[in-house]
Design a protein around this ligand. Structure first.
Ligand SMILES: Cc1cc2nc3c(=O)[nH]c(=O)nc-3n(C[C@H](O)[C@H](O)[C@H](O)COP(=O)(O)O)c2cc1C
Length: 381
């Protein structure tokens, strides 16, 4: 076991003490630990590499994903980490979210990028505010990475929050071109971070969103010179009634898919399902910072949103390949199988990844693969 694996295992084992220490201290300690751990985590490459069995892979947009799951955006903000997850056997990798200008992210109570865990609810919250080094620096890093077969390299991008819309979109498109030049295999457009201004939360067909999508479609999608899928990441909180119209808007503009979704800010609804031992922490964090909730509290809602989305895709029957990617509370193999039953072939995880990492270290995708059945033996419901 490596030192980083040991730290993850130990932190996971002692995490329940959060229920017995003051929430303000927990946020301080957990955030400091996480800020120190993640950069190291991205850089230490496992000595052994794992190749999942061929039959577990998925082909989408002509890209081969060795497994139907990979990290969600925000884990590797600076772009480091591809070699590490590729050796673990991940189905893909995504860096970012990056923006056109470097961002410091949120600070409150002298805590940089406040975040916490809800251990008894297998969930977490963060109020980071998209800190990142900017498209130029992240693209330069990705351009140097050697691609591994079956592990597509993605980048999550966002328009610069707080900037005039036209300038923000033109800088966004310039950034997307840069990532195209850097050789990424797919792009996620993050439209759903609850911790910055200008991103849609439960808004559905927000006019500003549609204007941005139009501009990206005209300035980038129609001008692509190679196969470079662009998917849009929306909030898990998107109202179900809005999802068919959003799918339609994306298909119509030539986008290649959607991710459902990002973290949730439906605090009242979530609170009823938060484990009682996590409630004090939950109340403190939402009041003090707000932030987005992730992890098992989202499992049911991401499945339901994706069910509505895949239904809409079936009804629309797009003339180009369009995929729904599930993200939000994907914690176990069973979640991946449930995704498949509703027609979702691709999944991402953040909280679930780290829970598996705490248990199995870099062997997590091997463990998952050994228990996974090929999609051909699962029936769609
Ligand atoms: C600490 C943290 C940082 C995140 N940063 C980003 C980000 O930069 N961009 C993004 O699209 N999503 C970001 N997310 C959201 C995740 O990508 C994911 O959508 C969310 O956590 C739900 O997935 P999960 O339930 O598997 O954790 C972040 C989540 C966490 C916990």
């Amino acid at each position: 076991m490596t030192l980083l694996e040991l730290i993850a295992k130990t932190e996971f084992a002692v995490r329940p003490i959060i229920a017995y220490i003051p929430p303000s201290l927990t946020v301080r300690l957990f955030t400091a630990g996480r800020n120190a751990y993640l950069p190291l985590f991205a850089h230490v490459v496992p000595t052994r590499s794992y190749e999942p069995p061929e039959e577990l892979g998925v082909t989408a947009w002509g890209l081969r994903f060795r497994l139907p799951i990979w990290n969600a955006a925000g884990m590797f903000k600076s772009g480091a980490g591809y070699a590490m997850v590729a050796r673990e056997g991940a189905g893909a990798f995504v860096a970012g979210t990056s923006t056109s200008r470097p961002r410091n992210g949120n600070i409150r109570d002298r805590i940089k990028w406040p975040s916490t865990q809800y251990p008894f609810s297998h969930s977490a919250a963060n109020w980071m505010g998209l800190p990142n080094a900017g498209h130029v620096a992240v693209a330069a890093k990705l351009a140097l990475e050697k691609h591994v077969a079956g592990c597509p390299m993605g980048i999550s991008v966002s328009a610069e929050p707080g900037l005039d819309d036209r300038l923000a979109v033109s800088e966004l498109v310039e950034g997307m071109r840069r990532f195209d030049d850097a050789g990424v295999d797919y792009i996620e457009l993050n439209e759903s971070c609850p911790n910055v201004e200008g991103h849609a939360r439960h808004a559905g067909l927000d006019p500003a969103l549609l204007t941005r999508l139009d501009a990206v479609a005209t300035e980038f999608l129609t001008k692509r010179r190679r196969k470079l899928p662009v998917v849009v990441k929306l909030s898990t909180d998107t109202a179900h009634e809005q999802i068919p119209a959003l799918v339609h808007a994306l298909v119509e503009r030539g986008f290649d898919g959607m991710i459902l979704g990002n973290t949730s800010t439906r605090y009242d609804a979530l609170r009823t399902r938060v484990h009682e031992k996590d409630r004090a922490m939950f109340d403190y964090f939402t009041k003090r910072y707000g932030g987005g909730v992730s992890g098992a509290l989202l499992t049911a809602s991401s499945l339901e949103s994706c069910r509505v989305a895949t239904g809409a895709v079936r009804d629309i029957a797009p003339s180009h390949e369009f995929h729904v990617i599930r993200c939000g509370g994907v914690m176990t193999l069973q979640d991946i199988e449930e995704s498949r039953r509703i027609g979702v072939l691709l999944n991402q995880w953040y909280v679930g990844y780290f829970e598996m990492f705490a248990r199995h270290g870099h062997g997590l995708y091997r463990v998952l693969s050994e228990r996974m059945r090929p999609s051909s033996v699962l029936t769609l419901s």
